[in-house]
Every structure is written in structure tokens, then in C-alpha cells.
Design a protein around this ligand. Structure first.
Ligand code: PSV
Ligand code: MN
Ligand code: MN
Length: 396
């Protein structure tokens, strides 16, 4: 490489600074609007989610935190904080981003912070304020709301008024943040709303973040874009503006499919990582890498480990782009040479070097194989099957 480092050294340096947060909901039974196929080994309690996360981290070493969804994981709000702290100690996993739930309560039928009813807006805002308090007590840095609000038919809602209501709510949340906390605003073009969504794209999220205050940033969920949208360009802009707070990583073929990372388009993830790794301020970037996927059919544990390993491999590939050489080629408009320089890193089979890195850090070199050999999935299947099967019966 132009900087005198071997490929293996480059990869080791990159992976030593790599971590990715796993979502508690990735271990629970999930489905589609057509139904759920329950899994006998799925987690049905917050303790089981911590146990699963701890096992994933033991195999990969790069997942020290667990994203929590407040309604699902702390149904009693701040009262549940001591129980979470106990689980943190017991399983050696810290609480990660705190996710408000603005989409399930019946009160949110016509919106949460965009609801025309001021009482509902207040309820949603006060839920987010509770989330800030939960995050403070858990020493969690990021509060990451996804506002599912929108409308299904033209003319049925005032898009303009709803912008103002969001601004009002987010500035109250921002005012409650501690000095080290951040508000990460996620966008999504459609679903559950099918005509307009109040935060439909990165421009809207960016403006809302700016109007909320300096600790508000944008969260990019890779599944939340229209077909063929250039996500790495959005990432480049947010990096340029210093407004990129984090990612929800998953893959998709059609819409917000929440598939395992890189299963459909690994080159896109590589291109996103390249934007980050080529940022001139790379060493001071604070970008939360998080997974947001749900596995209806793949085993929960296997899917999570597979995604983490894929993320490491794609990050390692992106670390191999020879930035100095690429810059010269770009500057000289050497189109084919520049493209080849760029994608030869993508074609490189980094798996042997990633395995070496894992071994040198005392980790299993093949975490998926190690999971299979550990017997963990069989163990949790035996422990949890009865409860999950009961759920299957009651579901039918
Ligand atoms: C919505 O599609 C989303 O991406 C948000 O991040 C939610 O918090 C998450 O999925 C779980 O439903
Ligand atoms: Mn998401
Ligand atoms: Mn999503």
C-alpha cells in the first residue's frame, strides 16, 4: 500500500476501532403484517435479549452495547432502569441507544408528535423526555427516535402545521439532553404511512436536527430509501456537514426489508464504509454503527452473528482502498484506473486476514462456526421452546 502498511496491518488497525451495536428486537419474534412464524429459541424477555447479546459479543468481541426499545424493553419506563443495570452487570453488556416508541400506542392512530390533538403530541413528547431520562440514568449517549407519523390520503392533514409541531417537540427534547447526549433523528420515506411521511428523507431530518440544536444529528437507516437512491452520497453530505450521527444497518431488495447486512448488495455497504474511512477527520468521528434488522425465518442468533461478521468483512475491505493512489487517479480523471483501484479492494478476499485478526485478539476465528459448536442455540431452544410454543398455540 502507498502508506507502507501491509494489508493485514491496515485491516487490523481498522477493526481495532470497529464496533457495532446490536438491537434487542433482533432476538425477539418478529414477522410481517401477514403474520409471525415464531421461533422456539427467540428471546421473550429482556433478560434473554441481554443473554443473547452477551453470547454474540463473546463470539465477535465487537458488540459491547445493546440498543433498547423502551416500550418493549422497559415497559415501566424509568422504573425499569435498576433491572436493566442489573442485567448490564450480569451479562457484561451496556445499554446502547434508547429508542422511543411513537408508533404502537392506540393514541398515535393519527400521529404522535404530529398529531393534530395537542394532548397526543404532549404524550409523545413526554414519552421522549422519559427516554432522555432513562438514557441519562443508564449513561447512554444516544436517543434515537423514529417518527412514524404521516398520512394516507392527500388533503387529509396539514403538512405545514406538522412541521412546526415536530420542531416544537424536538427542541424540547434537545433542551432536556445532558451535555454528552445526542438526539439522532431517523427518516423513512413511507410505511406505515402511504401518502406522506413527516420525516421522509435526510433533508427533512437534517433541518429538524438543525432547528432542534447542536446535539441533534441525522440517523441513516440503510433500508429507508427509495430504490436506487445513492446512499453513500447522502453519507458524504452528512459527513461534510458534520451531521451524521449514526446508522441502522440492514439490507433490502424492495423496501424496508430488514434483511441481514450485505445479503443483497454488499458493494453498497462497502461504498458507505469508504465514505467514512476516507473522511479527513476519521479519528474524531463519533458515528454510532447500529444494526436494525429482524429475521423472520433465519435463526436470530445465527443472523445476528452473520451480520456482524459481514460488517467486519466489508469494513476491512473498505480499509484496503488505497486512498493516496485513488486521489491521484481521481484528480487526473483516470476513470478506469480509479474505478479499478476502488473496487479491487472490494474484490479482495479479506476473510483470511479478518480471521487472523480475530485469532490475534483472542476471538474465535469463525464466529458462525463457533456459535454452531457452542451449543448455545440448542441450549436456549430447550429452555425457551415451551414458552414460545405456547405463544404459537395462543397465536393460532
Ligand atoms: C422503523 O422501520 C425502524 O427502522 C425504526 O428504527 C424502528 O425503531 C425500528 O425499525 C424497529 O421497528
Ligand atoms: Mn431503523
Ligand atoms: Mn426500518
Amino acid at each position: 500500500m502507498a502508506d507502507g502498511q501491509t494489508k493485514a496491518e491496515r485491516i487490523a488497525r481498522a477493526l481495532d476501532h470497529f464496533s457495532i451495536e446490536i438491537p434487542s428486537w433482533g432476538f425477539a419474534n418478529t414477522g410481517t403484517r401477514f403474520g409471525k412464524f415464531l421461533q422456539p429459541s427467540a428471546a421473550t424477555s429482556i433478560e434473554e435479549k441481554f443473554a443473547d447479546a452477551s453470547q454474540v459479543n463473546a463470539l465477535t468481541g465487537v458488540n459491547p452495547t445493546l440498543a433498547l426499545h423502551v416500550e418493549w424493553d422497559l415497559p415501566n419506563g424509568t422504573d425499569d432502569v435498576p433491572a436493566i443495570q442489573q442485567l448490564e452487570r450480569k451479562y457484561g453488556i451496556r445499554a446502547g441507544s434508547i429508542n422511543p416508541n411513537l408508533f404502537q400506542d392506540q393514541a398515535y392512530k393519527y400521529g404522535s408528535i404530529c398529531n393534530p390533538d395537542p394532548e397526543v403530541r404532549e404524550k409523545a413528547t413526554s414519552h421522549m423526555l422519559d427516554c432522555v431520562e432513562i438514557a441519562k440514568r443508564l449513561d447512554a449517549r444516544d436517543i434515537s427516535p423514529w417518527v412514524s407519523d404521516g398520512s394516507n390520503y392527500p388533503g387529509t392533514q396539514s403538512i405545514r402545521k406538522r412541521i412546526v409541531w415536530m420542531e416544537e417537540s424536538f427542541s424540547r427534547i434537545h433542551a432536556a439532553l445532558g451535555p454528552a447526549q445526542r438526539l439522532l433523528i431517523e427518516y423513512k420515506p413511507f410505511e406505515p404511512a402511504f401518502y406522506h411521511t413527516d420525516i421522509a428523507d435526510w433533508g427533512m431530518a437534517l433541518e429538524l436536527a438543525r432547528s432542534a440544536g447542536p446535539q441533534a444529528l441525522v440517523l441513516v437507516d440503510t433500508g429507508h430509501h427509495y430504490q436506487s437512491q445513492n446512499i453513500e452520497q447522502i453519507v458524504a453530505w452528512l459527513l461534510h456537514l458534520k451531521m451524521l450521527g449514526g446508522f441502522h444497518f440492514n439490507d433490502r431488495r424492495y423496501a424496508d426489508d430488514d434483511l441481514t447486512l450485505g445479503s443483497i448488495d454488499p458493494y453498497q455497504v462497502f461504498r458507505i464504509f469508504h465514505q467514512i474511512l476516507s473522511d479527513p477527520d476519521l479519528n474524531s468521528l463519533e458515528i454510532a454503527f447500529m444494526i436494525d434488522q429482524s429475521h423472520n425465518l433465519k435463526g436470530k442468533m445465527e443472523a445476528m452473528v452473520q451480520t456482524v461478521a459481514t460488517a467486519e468483512e466489508l469494513y476491512a475491505k473498505a480499509a484496503l482502498v488505497d486512498l493516496e493512489e485513488l486521489e491521484v487517479l481521481q484528480q487526473g480523471c483516470k476513470l478506469v484506473e480509479a474505478e479499478e483501484c476502488f473496487r479491487s479492494a472490494f474484490w479482495e478476499d479479506v476473510r483470511p486476514m479478518v480471521r487472523d485478526w480475530r485469532r490475534s485478539r483472542g476471538l474465535p476465528e469463525d464466529p458462525l462456526l463457533a456459535l454452531a459448536e457452542s451449543g448455545y442455540v440448542e441450549q436456549i431452544t430447550a429452555e425457551r421452546a415451551a414458552r414460545n410454543m405456547k405463544a404459537i398455540t395462543s397465536y393460532a
